[in-house]
Each structure stands twice: as C-alpha cells, then as structure tokens.
Design a protein around this ligand. Structure first.
Ligand code: NDP
Length: 295
C-alpha cells in the first residue's frame, strides 16, 4: 500500500499569483509599465461569465490591468474580428483572451488565428503551437503549464519518466504532451480510439487525465506510486439538488495506489488563472523588450 500525497493546486496557484504580483510591482516601479489583459466575452454562457469574472478579479489582485469587452450573443464573426484587430493594434494591450465557447455563427479557429501571436495569452495561435513543439519562445496554454508546474513540484526532475496523457484536445492534451516531451519524458497521447486504455495507463509514471468523463480512470488503471494529474471538471448531481464536481479519476480508488494526486476541485483548476496572469506578464515584457522575470 502506497501513501498517496495530495498535490495542493490552491497553494501552488496562490504562490504563483504572488510571484506574478511581485514581478508586476517591480515592472511598475522600474519601467512604469502595467501589463494589461483584455478579456472578450461573447454571449451570456453562465460558466464563461464566472470564468471571466474570476479572471478579472485575479488580474486586479496581481496588480495587472484588466479590460472587459462584453458582446451580445448575436455578434457576427466580422464584428468580433474587427474588435480583435482593434485590440491587436492597441499598444496599451499586452494580452487578449477570447472566452470559449463562442456562439455557433463564429468560427473559433478563425478568431484564434486573427490574434496577434504576441498577445495570445491562451497560447492557441498556430504560431505559439508551432513554437511550443519546435522549442521556440512560445506563450504556452495555461492549463497544461499549470499541470506541469504541479508535476515539477511533486516529482522534481521528470526526465525519463513514462507519461501517459489521456485526451488530445488543442487546449489541454496536445500541449501537455509537448511540455512533457520537452521535459524528456517518453510520452503516450491516448484518446477515445486508443486500444486497451487501462493497460496503457498502467504503464505511466505520470498519468494526466484530460477527458471530461467523470471518474473514467479507475484505481486499477494506476501504476502503484504514479503521479496522477486530474484535469477533468465534471458536474454531477449532488445532495439537496446541488451539483458536485468530480474529476476524470476515481479519486477515492486512487488512494493507496497513486504516489500523489491532484484533487478536484483544488488541483489543476486554480493553476489555470494563475498561469494566465503569468502569460500576461511575459507577453508584456516580451512585447516591450523588457527582461522577462522568472515566475
Ligand atoms: P475535449 O472534449 O476537447 O477533449 C476530450 C478528449 O478526451 C478528446 O481527445 C477525446 O478523444 C478524449 N476522450 C473522450 N472520451 C474518451 C474515452 N472514453 N476514453 C479515452 N479518451 C476519451 O476536452 P478538453 O480537453 O477541453 O477538457 C478535458 C477536461 O478538462 C474537461 O473535463 C474540462 O472541463 C477540463 N478542463 C479543465 C480545465 C481547468 O482549468 N482545470 C481547463 C480546460 C479543461 P477524441 O479526440 O478521440 O475524441
């Protein structure tokens, strides 16, 4: 029986936010520069509303400037692209975040490709994706970067580890695989067509689940001592008509098998916004030719 450590994403995110705040204060003092993030929300998706509000709060708390653009659900793609052009051209804006999902009349890929890659703090623009895979200076997607920070904290060096990532989305799975490869892990990227997923998962020293299926990963899928990163956020009916959040990993079953695991909530989730602040800071420094702080 292994003793399973809890990887505390809340504490790690608070520490990262503090480092960003300290670096932002230093930028303000030395160069009179305040990094600024423009968040664009189209429509009234309640989950997106919550994300944008918490991002705005975190931005202010870190001493960065936040600007919100709220557009009606009926906004056309051309109108949104015009706003992106304006934000791209505005020298006072360092980062642009377009909250996904977008309404059906708007093609998200066209919007992502319209962003100035230097302001693409989500790291979704093809230039940032290419640089991530080819080893250049990229803005890296926030959730996988946050997951990597938690892995480094839990394990120290990752080189040589067998890593299995379940889920191959552009937002989480693929950039996670690129980051683990850059850390010299041997990476398997699994998905819904993978054969014998439990056997694949059991090979992993590092198991990342980014699927969106409640408790898909059972305790028997986990190699004893493996470090498990649960990216999934799934809402299930809870007591008294309330919903409860669970991850993609059966958390209770993982106890006594995994060496360490992130909880849901309180694991990867809080890291995402903290990494967005970090990306905004980096984008500001790179755009303005200032030395980028190590955060
Ligand atoms: P997507 O729906 O875009 O991708 C899901 C991936 O899982 C796909 O690659 C899909 O495979 C794979 N998949 C689906 N079902 C299975 C299965 N039964 N077995 C193996 N693989 C399967 O999701 P995202 O990557 O956007 O998000 C994944 C999860 O992470 C969600 O729960 C989401 O809420 C959460 N999330 C959390 C964030 C955070 O801040 N903590 C941020 C972003 C996401 P295929 O490609 O073959 O269809």
């Amino acid at each position: 029986m292994v003793e399973t450590r809890l990887i505390d994403g809340k504490a790690a995110a608070a520490a990262l936010r503090q480092r960003v705040a300290a670096a932002a204060a230093d930028l303000a003092a030395r160069y009179a520069t305040v990094p600024s993030l423009a968040a664009v929300l189209v429509g009234e998706d309640p989950a997106s509303e919550i994300y944008v509000r918490s991002k705005a709060k975190a931005t202010r708390e870190a001493g960065l400037a936040g600007i919100e653009h709220r557009l009606p659900a009926a906004t056309s793609e051309a109108e949104l692209l015009r706003l992106i052009d304006t934000l791209n051209a505005d020298p006072a804006i360092d980062g642009i975040l377009v909250q996904l999902p977008l309404p059906p009349q708007i093609n998200p890929q066209r919007v992502i490709e319209a962003l100035d890659p230097a302001k693409d703090v989500d790291g979704f623009h093809p230039r940032n994706v290419g640089r991530l895979w080819s080893g250049g200076e990229a803005l890296v997607p926030c959730t996988p970067w946050g997951a990597l920070l938690l892995l480094r904290q839990a394990m120290g060096a990752l080189a040589g580890a067998d890593a299995v990532v379940i889920g191959r989305s552009n937002i989480v799975g693929k950039p996670m695989a690129a980051l683990l490869l850059a850390e010299n892990c041997s990476v398997t990227l699994a998905h819904s067509k993978s054969r014998d997923l439990p056997a694949l998962a059991r090979r992993a020293d590092i198991l990342v689940a980014a699927v969106g299926r409640a408790e898909l990963v059972r305790g028997t899928w986990i190699k004893p001592g493996a470090v498990v990163i649960d990216v999934g956020i799934n809402r299930l009916p809870g007591e008294g008509g309330k919903s409860r959040l669970v991850g993609d990993v059966a958390f209770a079953e993982a106890q006594g098998i995994a060496g360490a695991i992130t909880p849901v909530p309180g694991g990867v989730g809080p890291m995402t916004i903290a990494c967005l602040l970090r990306n905004t800071l980096l984008a500001a420094c790179r755009r303005r030719g200032l030395p980028a702080p190590e955060v």
